[in-house]
Design a binder for this molecule. Structure first.
Ligand code: HEM
Length: 426
């Protein structure tokens, strides 16, 4: 039997706990071609160039033969239309700009920062529940509920609908895992889940159109700026995108963060005594254990010459962000976790026009979460190392992270009084 390629080894769940030695091997050849025609890119400079290259397309219709290639730009009806993550300019830029207006600066500068006290309150409530238990699961008991609650709050989704959201988001995220089926099978599964999600958001959008609140969906529907308002179909697609994009990614950042801190107890202790460290620490976590390890949703829309290789038009790309983040030609001592690292232009939020829209929220959530875990857990320790991982190579993170602790320190005085965030600062 033929030896699996390095890329196939990365996809193999057996290597999920520590894919980094395989990435190091991959980097020896910056661009490699798989038998199925996929070009795998693993070095920082080449990745950086492609992230900013207008010939790299996010539109599934530019991947000949792929199931998504037949998707219509506004399929609507029983599903969600393509959201802006799957569009190229000019549609991408127009929709992203519209979505940005009720989300962040310059039109809504206070939205995410205004969520900080409220996030602290949710965090406090979750950690309070650890008291009296000798074992907790950082994933199920903490890292999962926090971002889901946050994204539901942002979108104006009622809390009682959250369990259904978990199922839909899980279903969609599973379809990103190349190990769960062919591209076609995964696209079909994705369409099924999207149909249910589309129906749900349809009801929510109608309700907000009748009676707007101060949530993001209402903001999109009532915007009066240039090109506004967003069409109803695009509001549906954007809501679905934000739900999924802001879900598993942040779960993994918080969980990978706690795992890394427990493997570096000196840093955990330092964070407790030096809370301001959390800013550079979260950036270093993003570099060192990226929640999104790779993107496999791109294709070359023209022939591209890079690192002595010509990637032919139509070829699928595998952009190995996590490999680039540990490229020794860009980062000093890249396999070392250095919480004070300042020269840290990691690729974890991507780059160029598709740079992560939710990065300010993800950073805020992780900062609040890790600061509080470091402050309140007395003598926390891992139950198993490595923990069990989800099979997904793209959105990589532990399935569970069991920890033990001796006690839970009291919550801060001011916690528990935060109002729900609205459009503060608008
Ligand atoms: C640690 C957490 C997160 C990580 C590591 C992350 C990473 C990424 C990456 C790598 C991309 C580029 C995807 C692509 O173009 O194929 C992306 C795009 C995106 N992210 Fe995030 N993300 C995180 C959290 C969030 C959150 C909390 C939200 C929502 C509030 C969000 C919303 C988005 C959106 C809407 C895009 C599409 C941007 C565009 O196409 O212009 N992300 N993110």
């Amino acid at each position: 039997m033929a030896q699996p390629s390095l890329y196939q080894q990365v996809l193999d769940p057996a290597h999920r706990a520590d894919p980094y030695p395989i990435y190091a091997e991959l980097r020896k050849t910056p661009v490699t071609r798989e038998d199925d025609g996929t070009y795998v890119v693993s070095t920082y400079n080449e990745l950086f160039a492609l992230l900013h290259d207008p010939r790299v397309s996010s539109d599934p219709r530019n991947r000949p033969g792929a199931a998504g290639a037949t998707a219509k730009p506004d399929q609507g009806q029983d599903g969600l239309p393509l959201s802006f993550i799957n569009h190229d300019p000019p549609d991408h830029d127009r929709l992203r700009e519209l979505a940005m207006r009720p989300f962040g600066p310059p039109c809504t500068p206070g939205r995410i920062d205004g969520m900080r006290p409220w996030l602290a309150e949710i965090t406090t409530g979750l950690i309070d529940k650890f008291a009296g238990k000798n074992q907790v699961d950082i994933v199920d008991d903490f890292a999962y509920p926090l971002p889901v609650t946050a994204i539901c709050q942002l979108l104006g989704v009622p809390l009682e609908d959250q369990p259904r959201f978990h199922q839909w988001a899980d279903g969609l995220i599973e379809t990103l895992d190349p190990a769960t089926g062919t591209y076609e099978q995964r696209a079909n599964k994705r369409a099924e889940v999207q149909a249910e999600l589309g129906q749900y958001f349809s009801g929510l959008v109608d309700a907000r159109a009748r009676q707007p609140g101060d949530d993001l969906i209402s903001g999109l529907l009532t915007d009066h700026g240039p090109h506004a308002p967003m069409s109803r179909e695009d509001v549906l697609a954007t809501a679905g995108l934000l739900l999924v994009a802001g879900h598993e990614t942040t779960v993994n950042l918080i969980t990978n963060g706690m795992l890394t801190l427990l493997r570096h107890p000196g840093v955990l202790d330092r964070l407790n005594h030096e809370p301001a460290l959390v800013i550079t620490l979260v950036e270093e976590l993003l570099r060192y254990e990226p929640p999104v390890q790779m993107r496999t949703n791109r294709a070359a829309a023209a022939d591209i010459n890079i690192a002595g290789t010509t990637i032919p038009k139509g070829s699928p790309l595998a952009l190995m962000l996590a490999a680039g983040n540990r490229d020794p030609s860009r980062f000093a001592d890249p396999d070392r976790f250095d919480p004070g690292r300042t020269d840290n232009a990691h690729l974890s939020f991507f780059g160029g026009i598709h740079y992560c829209f939710g990065a300010p929220l993800a950073r805020t959530e992780a900062q609040v979460a890790l600061q509080e875990l470091a402050r309140r857990l007395v003598n926390p320790r891992l139950v198993a190392d490595p923990p069990p991982y989800r099979p997904n190579p793209e959105l990589r993170g532990p399935r569970h992270l069991l920890i033990e602790h001796d006690a839970v320190a009291p919550a801060r005085q001011e916690a528990g009084q935060a109002a729900c965030p609205g459009t503060a600062g608008q």
